[in-house]
Write a protein that binds this ligand. Structure first.
Ligand code: HGY
Ligand code: MN
Ligand code: MN
Length: 393
């Protein structure tokens, strides 16, 4: 039975980027290589591999989608120059955990597509399609920065909801912790903060940087800069999180006042009221500033995810099973959050000593990852210790 380090070493080189971290965008060559690795792991274990027509990949022990099956897994895709653990840790751990569960237990392993939304802009795209909360035609039309649509990348219009998700007894996703709140090797998730991403289009009048008097300018970069500072200030005042990490300017020339600045606001808070208040305040103040700058602002929500409260009884059961593993919330979105609306769902977190994620510096120790595999195996054995009709006992 291979240990974590050996199996991890098989995927570590795939998608490694010059400049650090990983470039593993959904359905691009590195992620397709990881999918090939996934198929190989499934074949080694005589697991049946299926796809759901949405870009999600599955390996099944027993009949695919059999009632009473417990589904685990995570995602392969990364943010640009992200760490190697965010996503793949849950899939590598799942294959190792399955090896430690009695062979007659119905278990599925998933690799969900486009969890980060880093290529097509909507996070958890695959799990949203699978559960029917994302319109397949909207998903099909999403494009990446090269103008390639999701349908082109997938090779078809996504299939949309697969009703068999309703046959799954429970979902357990293992993921590296993305914060410093977990001091034990393994934790259990209680909730995911409500969060979302809003595209902000600031339009003004493009002009010559050298000949245009300051009083004559309608510069969207000023309104944008004000908005970034406002989002930061309002988040700090309300205990929320606000980030603008992605920006585009047109014509993006050193000696031209931009005509358009496009930025994305990522906002999150421990509760919906705080999140709504934050976004409303930022948009209100930014719009007022646009009036003073002679610019225009259009804000478009690209994806907004409601607060997720994981199944309390299931979380408590897993914490007890795992010798009192801490139960904690997260500000990070996950496919498990999407699935929890339709299936009893839990998450296991593996300690991240620095808490850093979405960065080449993301890391977890082999010892903690081994502890995660052991915990996942114990959870899968416990949750599949029932007859299919009853689901987890
Ligand atoms: O952005 C997130 O919360 C997750 O990493 N997709
Ligand atoms: Mn992530
Ligand atoms: Mn993730």
């Amino acid at each position: 039975m291979s240990g974590f380090a050996e199996l991890w070493a098989e995927i570590a080189p795939i998608g490694r980027a010059d400049g650090g971290g990983y470039l593993r965008f959904a359905l691009t060559e590195p992620e397709l290589a990881l999918r090939a690795w996934f198929r190989g792991q499934a074949a080694r274990r005589d697991m049946t591999v299926t796809e759901d027509g949405n870009g999600n990949l599955f390996a099944w022990r027993g009949e695919p989608w059999a009632p009473g099956t417990v589904l685990t897994g995570s995602h392969f895709d990364s943010v640009p120059h992200g760490g190697g653990y965010d996503g793949p840790l849950g899939i590598v751990s799942a294959f190792l955990a399955v090896d430690r569960v009695p062979a007659d237990r119905p278990i599925g392993i998933a690799a969900f597509v486009e969890e980060e939304g880093a290529r097509f802009g909507v996070p958890c795209l695959g799990s949203r399609l699978l559960t029917g909360v994302m319109d397949p035609s909207r998903a099909a039309a999403l494009t990446d920065r090269d103008g390639v649509s999701f349908a082109e990348a997938l090779g078809a219009v996504p299939a949309g909801r697969d009703a068999r998700i309703g046959q799954i007894a429970a979902v357990v996703e293992l993921h590296i912790e993305q914060g410093v709140a977990l001091s034990a090797p393994v934790g259990v998730a209680s909730a995911i903060w409500p969060h979302g991403r809003w595209r902000m289009d600031f339009t003004g009048v493009g002009d010559h940087a050298g000949t245009t008097r300051m009083t004559d300018r309608r510069d969207p970069m000023l309104t944008f800069a004000f908005t970034v500072l406002t989002a930061d200030k309002e988040a700090r005042l309300s205990g929320a999180h606000a980030t603008v990490g992605r920006v585009q300017a047109e014509p993006n020339a050193t000696n031209a006042i931009p005509s358009l600045v496009r930025g994305w606001l990522d906002a999150r808070a421990a509760d919906t009221a705080t999140l709504d208040q934050l976004v409303d305040t930022v948009v209100k103040k930014a719009t007022e500033r646009a009036g003073r700058d002679g610019t225009e602002l259009v804000v478009t929500p690209e994806s907004v995810t409601a607060e997720v409260s994981f199944d309390t009884a299931l979380a408590s059961r897993l914490s007890v099973l795992l010798d009192g593993a801490p139960i904690l919330p997260t500000g990070a979105g996950h496919d498990a959050g999407v699935l929890s609306a339709q299936v009893p769902t839990a998450m296991l977190f593996v300690r991240n000593p620095t808490g850093v994620s979405h960065s080449p510096a993301e890391h977890a120790s082999d010892a903690d990852c081994e502890a995660g595999v052991d915990a996942l195996a114990r959870v899968l054995a416990d949750l599949t210790r029932t007859t299919p009709a009853n689901g987890p006992s």
